[in-house]
Design a protein around this ligand. Structure first.
Ligand code: ADP
Ligand code: MG
Length: 688
């Protein structure tokens, strides 16, 4: 057998099992070697019951002191186990007559399971158990737990890795890191690392391994991060070989636009615009990410960039993640562009056929200088006359996959448009080095002058009447307010119904106010009409679902109420709160929560109360949730790192980036093999 033989060459793998293994990405024997333990169980030592903590997993031994079937809301078999240091309850919701007869007072058991808090004392629910007298041997090394799928037992994964590891004795796995790099970064060899992580020897440092911080694990994480990094660099290099039209900065239209703006750009906006200008002057496509906190004024920068394209005789496209935000951009840009005598078209999912046909015709002929819309902009039937620049607003809502897929749009042979990507989700630097290694980044690190920080209060929803009074006071004194209804687990339909019901209640409670309503199920013309009316102060209070989360800009609105705020994530809360505090008036945000509060929910609300700084919030979010969630890549499956963990292994990233440079300089032929090994067929998207 060879490492590149099909998995069916392994003992115990028939066609059915092979199919299941394929689902795990295991095609060849070699893949089994790289199917690495997700974690380990420590069955090497018996833990005194008295020292157990909730959340811990471990082996315990003791004697059953009492055994009883309880009939509560769920029938369960409860056995109290004691080892002289303390007691724990074993709880079984499913049990056979034989089990019940066996688990009697006086029986001595060894159990393995996870510890949690129970009503009376700590519990293990459905622990694995065995009679101590019968099998007294305890494991002498950590037990690896592999990522698995239905029908594939941990035991068979262990047998398969045993066979693959045995092959390593006779056939070497290809070491892709050059000797010099291994020495420089003090890394063990690949074969050493693989053997160790699959089968940690007896007396291995358990804590390090359980935390993923053993040098052999770090060696593999290093190689994996390096592969991802190289893949993104490659993507970026490829783009640099494409050609793009050089576009001028400071042209006639851009000058006229900046002059007509009612404000001066902040120093940060001007700096970022200059960085964009330098990229646009090149003959290869710009790929720039602009990070700027909510309210930092990204739109004006985007508009000025769009006008570089138009000044150069090219078209531009501006894409936003929601119809509501796209509509708002469309309205703003319409005002600006009409003043400059330019034509702009609208493209969205829900749109009349005639309107759409006209828009498509104007884009194809070059009549229209700019198209604004949702991802409908990039459907196959949309053709541009000469697209020079694509702007993606609030890209964090699109996910990495869509961003990368977008690159191929608007491309004709070796010609590609410039790309400007904007996000209000600040990304910590080391994370950005990995996740956005293919982009140049600019940061708008300054808010326009005259803003006062939003004051945030957290209240239980039993104090609703006070909150309603607060809305009344604000609106009577000429300000406007938002009331946001959230229901994230439920369907959008339910969320819209809840908003409708809340709007009715608030109309009743606040008869002196004009109350508007906007939600995701309204037609886009209706939504637009409501938003325009709110902006024109025809409404005092706008009841909304989270559709207003991004981009909505009504500077006179200075009070925001968020219902069930405990259900929303930090990024979403920060975005929502960013809808107020845009004018000069002192603004506030009321986060209303419904009990019971989870630990994380409580922490999130506390963080929101403590700070308005998007970077700080992102940092804390990263701590609470981990980078996969923060970057929104977990669901899309693109950040499926096998060993590395962007949170834990952030410290490796600067080294990884140095190693990538060295490797590309001295051993460029190794790069494709590394990418293939760790990313396989996902490499097209750069994977991170
Ligand atoms: P975001 O970065 O969240 O997209 P916007 O572009 O919507 O922010 O800008 C927020 C608000 O700040 C808008 O009302 C905009 O007109 C205003 N604004 C932008 N730049 C400046 C500036 N330099 N001075 C004053 N107000 C500005
Ligand atoms: Mg914006």
């Amino acid at each position: 057998m060879k490492l590149d033989a099909e998995v069916t060459a392994l003992k115990g793998v028939g066609p059915r099992q092979a199919e299941r293994l394929h689902k795990l990405g295991l095609q060849r024997v070699r893949d089994v070697l790289f199917h690495l333990p997700l974690r380990y169980q420590d069955r090497t030592r018996v833990v005194p019951i008295g020292s157990l903590l909730p959340g811990q997993e471990g082996v315990i031994e003791g004697e059953i002191q009492a055994s009883d079937v309880k009939f509560g809301s769920r029938r369960s078999l409860l056995c109290r186990l004691n080892d002289g240091t303390g007691s724990i309850m074993l709880r079984f919701f499913h049990f056979s007559g034989a089990q019940r007869a066996y688990l009697q007072k006086g029986v001595r058991l060894r159990c393995y399971g996870a510890v949690r808090r129970g009503p009376a004392m700590l519990e293990m629910v459905h622990p694995e158990y065995q009679n101590i007298e019968a099998e007294a041997e305890i494991e002498d090394c950590l037990t690896p737990i592999y990522p698995s799928t239905d029908g594939v037992q941990q035991r068979s994964l262990r047998q398969l890795t045993d066979q693959a590891l045995a092959l390593l004795e006779t056939e070497a796995v290809e070491e892709l890191l050059p000797q010099a790099l291994l020495a420089d970064f003090e890394l063990p060899t690949l074969a050493e690392a693989l053997r160790y992580v699959h089968r940690p020897p007896p007396h291995a440092p358990v804590e390090l391994l359980l935390d993923g911080e053993h040098p052999t694990q770090q060696r593999l994480a290093f190689e994996e991060l390096l592969a991802h990094h190289l893949s993104l660099r490659q993507l970026r290099l490829r783009a640099q070989h494409l050609s793009a039209p050089p576009l001028p900065t400071g042209g006639e239209l851009q000058e006229a636009f900046l002059e007509q703006l009612p404000f001066e750009l902040t120093a940060a906006q001007a700096r970022v615009l200059a960085e964009i200008g330098q990229d646009l002057a090149q003959t290869h496509p710009m790929q720039r990410l602009v990070q700027g906190d909510v309210g930092s004024g990204k739109t004006a920068v985007a508009a000025a960039a769009v006008l570089c394209a138009v000044d150069g005789g090219y078209q531009a496209a501006l894409m936003a993640p929601t119809e509501l935000l796209a509509e708002q951009h469309y309205r703003n840009f319409s005002v600006w562009f009409e003043a400059l005598g330019l034509k702009i078209v609208w493209l969205a999912g829900k749109q009349g056929a005639a309107e759409r046909r006209q828009a498509l015709a104007d884009l194809a002929s070059g009549e229209a200088a700019l198209a604004v819309g949702t991802h409908a902009l990039f459907q196959d039937d949309v053709e541009f006359h000469n697209l020079g620049l694509v702007v993606v607003d609030e890209q964090h809502r699109f996910g990495v996959h869509q961003r990368l897929a977008l690159r191929d749009k608007g491309r004709q042979g070796q010609q590609a448009p410039h790309q400007l990507i904007m996000t209000a989700t600040p990304i910590p630097r080391t994370l950005a080095m990995t996740a956005y290694a293919d982009l140049d980044t600019s940061i708008i690190d300054e808010l326009p002058p005259g803003r006062t920080p939003v004051e945030t209060v957290v209240l239980q929803d039993t104090r609703r009447a006070e909150v309603v009074q607060r809305v009344r006071d604000a609106c009577v004194s000429g300000r406007q307010a938002y009331w946001v209804c959230t229901l994230i687990e439920e369907s959008e339909a339910l969320q819209c119904e809840a908003a409708e019901a809340t709007a009715e209640l608030l109309k009743g409670a606040l008869p002196e106010l004009k109350v508007g309503l906007v939600h995701g199920r309204m037609k886009s013309a209706e939504k637009e009409a409501v938003m325009t009316a709110f902006k024109a102060r025809d409404y005092d209070l706008l009841v909304a679902t989270t559709v207003i989360e991004v981009g909505v800009d009504v500077p006179n609105a200075s009070l925001m109420i968020i219902e069930n705020a405990e259900r929303l994530g930090l990024a979403q809360l920060h975005q929502l709160r960013g809808r107020v505090g845009r004018g000069c008036a002192k603004s506030s945000c009321v986060l209303m929560y419904h009990k019971p509060l989870s630990q994380q929910g409580r922490q999130r609300l506390a963080i929101m109360r403590e700070t308005n700084d998007g970077f700080e919030i992102a940092r804390r979010d990263l701590e609470l949730r981990g980078p996969g969630e923060v970057l929104g890549t977990r669901q899309s499956g693109l950040l499926r790192l096998k060993v590395a963990d962007l949170g834990r292994d952030q410290a490796l990233i600067p080294d990884v980036s140095r190693a990538a440079e060295q490797l590309l300089r001295q051993w460029p032929q190794r790069a494709p093999a590394l990418i293939e090994r760790w990313l396989g067929d996902k490499q097209h998207y750069g994977a991170v």
